[in-house]
Design a protein around this ligand. Structure first.
Ligand code: SF4
Ligand code: SF4
Length: 457
């Protein structure tokens, strides 16, 4: 077990470097505060006084760290203040949805809709225990939702795919919401897991997860991992360049790229690799107005600055719509994500806005380049509506629940994501209705009507 002295948490915000210039919140692509207002707001945040803007509007996009001329990490200050708020008021009821150790979370609910093939993949990934010479590829909580992105691919022959939902992606999405004390517990749990496996190298399908293990756990959570964390996209690019992965097809596709929030965490480290992979596969890239360090959030981050539980899903989709608008304005045929987390919200937003823009994960593009067959877009459209049904069901349930605290990090004997106890009849009815002719259109219209009503309040 990890020594408690080692696990002392340390804020990433460097108060001594901050000169209160306000640049971070002035340049923020969401807030764009006038400079004097920005100076006042950062002062309030540092002093722990009530925030007028940031804690209610920030989309947790990481950009402010790149705007700070002093490298003071204002983003980590925001996370600290959200952590303070969490200690006072808890997490909103809807947040149970993304907590694998709470009933009923998205992974439990999705079991109702998985295909037999998906069950076979996931069961294997969840139950394999790595051996010391293995190369674990952490599939992660998000790719679990769209396992067909990588399931069945020759790419997996190079790895031992592992899927532990209660590793919480190393705490990556909790970190973005400022649930820092929970992230520290996750850091300890994952260290114990990795050490017990005895492996040397670990790969993760998400850049965010690599960043969390390499940077956040040791520097902010006081937990040092001894394993090497290897960037999966870099591995893909290296193996294309070496000729190990053979590209049989040039796709001739115009694409625009969604740079996810975590891609800004190590400036410049994550942006170019997926672009190189896409070019190798014959894609022509047209950049959106906001890209790389200025990129807008997929929407997920708006849930971090929640004020009312009922508005969270509507805020998330509203933010995602801004991204879609920019993507469509480029005239590209497809929107590309290299984050499995963003892609599930982007697909839900696409369906709710009735957009025709194609959306791919960079892994899917590579697989098509390698000549692998995908069931595109049918699998994605079905899964997007599964997730919309789950969001609707979770929102209804949340009216009967209170704010809560994340007490358990690991599953206990009675709770396993893969073995839900209930039949989820209401969820099945909602999903069935969504497949009736015209219901998708009516649901999308109803959703936007509610979104506009809630926004005007
Ligand atoms: S994280 Fe993004 S949205 Fe939040 S304050 Fe910083 S730049 Fe603005
Ligand atoms: S965090 Fe950086 S950009 Fe923001 S006020 Fe301080 S020094 Fe200026």
């Amino acid at each position: 077990m990890v020594d408690m002295v080692e696990t002392k948490r340390k804020s990433g915000f460097k108060k001594d470097l901050c000169n209160l210039c306000g640049e971070c919140l002035h340049k923020c692509p969401v807030l764009q505060l006038p400079i004097e207002e920005a100076k006042e707001e950062i002062k309030r945040l540092i002093e722990g006084k009530e925030s007028k803007f940031v804690l209610n509007k920030c989309t947790t996009c990481f950009s402010c760290n790149l705007y700070c001329p002093q490298h003071a990490n204002p983003y980590q200050l925001i996370l600290e203040r959200w952590n303070d708020l969490y200690k006072k008021r808890g997490a909103p009821p809807l947040y149970r949805f993304v907590c694998p150790t709470m009933q009923s979370n998205i992974w439990q609910l999705l079991n109702v809709f998985l295909s037999n093939q998906e069950r076979i993949w996931i069961y294997k990934w969840m139950h394999y225990i790595p051996k010391p010479n293995d190369k674990p590829l952490l599939i992660g909580n998000y790719t679990h939702l769209f396992p067909f992105i990588i399931g069945g691919s020759k790419l997996l022959d190079y790895f031992n795919p592992i899927d532990r939902i209660d590793q919480w992606e190393g705490g990556a999405y909790l970190y973005q919401g400022g649930y820092l004390d929970a992230v520290q517990n996750i850091a300890v749990r994952t260290k114990n897991d990795f050490d017990s496996w005895g492996v040397k190298d670990i790969f993760a399908t998400l850049d965010a997860v690599e960043y969390i293990f390499k940077e956040v756990h040791p520097k902010e959570m006081g937990v040092n991992h001894t394993q090497n964390f290897i960037n999966f996209n870099q591995w893909l690019l290296d193996n294309i360049n070496s000729g190990e992965l053979i590209l049989k097809n040039q796709l001739n596709l115009t694409v625009t790229i969604h740079d996810n929030c975590y891609s800004k965490a190590l400036p410049g480290a994550y942006w170019e690799i997926p672009r190189e992979i896409l070019k190798k596969c014959g894609c022509q890239i047209i950049e959106m107005k906001h890209n790389r360090k200025d990129s807008l959030c997929c929407g997920f981050g708006s849930g971090a600055s929640w004020v009312k539980n009922v508005s969270i899903i509507f805020d998330i989709i509203s933010e995602g719509m801004k991204k879609f608008k920019e993507a469509e304005e480029t005239g590209a045929q497809a929107l590309m994500s290299y984050c499995g987390g963003c892609i599930y919200l982007l697909w839900a937003t696409r369906e709710l806005t009735r957009s025709k823009l194609d959306i791919y994960h960079v892994i899917e593009i590579l697989r098509m380049g390698m000549g692998e067959k995908l069931n595109y877009p049918r699998d994605h459209i079905k899964r997007a509506w599964d997730i919309i049904a789950i969001m609707t069901y979770s929102l209804l349930l949340s009216f009967f629940n209170k704010n809560f605290y994340i007490k358990k990090i690991s599953y206990d004997k009675d709770l396993s994501t893969f073995h839900p106890k209930k039949k989820y009849l209401l969820l099945r009815i909602i999903r069935y209705i969504m497949d009736l002719p015209l219901m998708k259109i009516l649901f999308a219209r109803g959703f936007h009507f509610l979104r506009i009503i809630l926004k005007s309040k």
